[in-house]
Design a protein around this ligand. Structure first.
Ligand code: NAD
Length: 353
């Protein structure tokens, strides 16, 4: 049996994880041993910390980790080291997953949910954002201090080493080799020293992939081009913070945030798989959460960590079929389609496997 650590998390996390595990079990029966792990707000309540050492150990010993989402208003006023999101950063760092892969693809049946002009959406949207995940400002030094004249101040440090940039650039170029062979590297090299190093290293790595066309965009321009000409993007590579923001923009372009999976990979086959959304406390416990993002994260896990291409294809196909049949959770509902609950969405996907 292959071992998968499962972090249900908080809010809608357990709902969407439950659905994904049922779908995986149907697509690949008796293949996985799932071990549930406490992390996030639930771990704070139970163990007084967002990522107990035992939880991280289980994830590190597993072949892959599947995560729902963590956080919620209950823990918003905790000190920074005791916030659920700290657990998330700890798992990423502890697993050494430095490359976050987020596909942004428009599902044909959901084209009408795309907020962009029809003529833009019709050109098709199918790109991948490769976000550096364990460096940059989120992992730099964070400080709140008082200036000599008594004013409150704060500082967060953005730092990247050449090695960190080089390895994420390789992931981007390799991904592009299996796609349309265009890499767009996004930075702010007109202002940030870190970005100038980023650009220099990406250009150097590009020499090893002569078939791939490399473009550079400043992040402010990129945020505009993503809604103006999304069809022109193939593989986007960017640092942690820019990637965080642009991937949320991309999620809106292709429909709901509830639809998008992500994979975070390190040097080996071990990976962390999760939907891109948060714990959605506003809809938790109401059976309204769209489980598709987590189900597709499960498919990515089968594909990237276990090489189970056939099973992954079948899950993705079943999701396509359900959407073609007009079934929609509230977040993707439009007139003329059929509104269903999150658990019904799970059942419908399973019945098409
Ligand atoms: P969110 O993604 O939880 O929710 C944003 C909006 O999208 C909400 O209206 C929500 O109802 C909707 N939504 C999200 N997922 C959905 C789904 N599967 N189906 C239908 N609708 C969905 O982001 P937020 O509101 O900014 O954050 C809520 C909490 O989640 C916060 O505590 C935040 O820190 C945490 N968070 C966790 C992660 C993670 O665990 N990876 C990521 C982002 C935010």
């Amino acid at each position: 049996m292959k071992k998968v650590a499962v972090i249900p998390g908080d809010g809608i996390g357990p709902e969407v994880i439950g659905a994904a595990l049922d779908v995986i079990e149907k697509a690949a029966p008796k293949t996985f041993e799932f071990e549930s792990v406490a992390m996030g707000g639930n771990a704070i309540d139970k163990y007084g910390e967002p990522l107990p050492a035992e939880s991280l150990r289980i994830c590190q010993n597993a072949d892959a980790t599947l995560l729902g989402a963590v956080g919620g208003p209950k823990w918003d006023n905790q000190p920074p080291e005791l916030r659920p999101e700290r657990g998330l950063l700890g798992v990423r760092k502890g697993l050494g997953v430095f490359a976050n892969i987020r596909p942004a693809k428009i599902f044909a049946p959901l084209a009408s949910a795309c907020p962009l002009r029809k003529d833009i959406a019709e050109k098709g949207i199918d790109f991948v954002i490769i976000r550096e995940l364990t460096g940059g400002i989120y992992f730099g030094k964070h400080e709140a201090f008082t200036t000599p004249d008594g004013e409150k101040a704060a500082r967060d440090v953005m730092e990247y080493t050449e090695h960190e940039i080089r390895r994420i650039a390789h992931v981007a170029f390799k991904t592009a080799m299996g796609r349309r062979k265009i890499v767009t590297s996004i930075d702010k090299a007109n202002i940030l020293t870190v970005s100038r190093l980023w650009r220099e290293v990406v250009e150097d790595v590009a020499k090893e992939y002569p078939e791939v066309k490399l473009n550079h965009l400043y992040v402010d321009n990129a945020s505009m081009q993503l809604i103006r000409v999304p069809n022109e993007f193939d593989v986007i590579v960017t640092e942690n913070t820019f990637g965080d923001i642009l991937s949320d923009e991309a999620s809106q372009i292709v429909g709901s945030i509830g639809m998008i999976p992500s994979a975070s990979l390190g040097e080996g086959n071990q990976g962390l798989y999760e939907p891109i959304h948060g714990s959605a406390p506003d809809i938790a416990g109401q059976d309204k959460a769209n489980p598709i993002g987590t189900i597709l994260a499960g498919a990515m896990m089968l594909r990237y960590s276990f090489g189970m291409t056939n099973e992954a294809d079948r899950i993705e196909h079943a999701v396509d079929e359900v959407l073609k049949d007009g079934l929609r959770t509230p977040d993707i509902f439009t007139e003329g389609t059929k509104l269903i609950t999150g658990s019904k969405m799970r059942d419908e996907i399973i019945s098409r496997l």
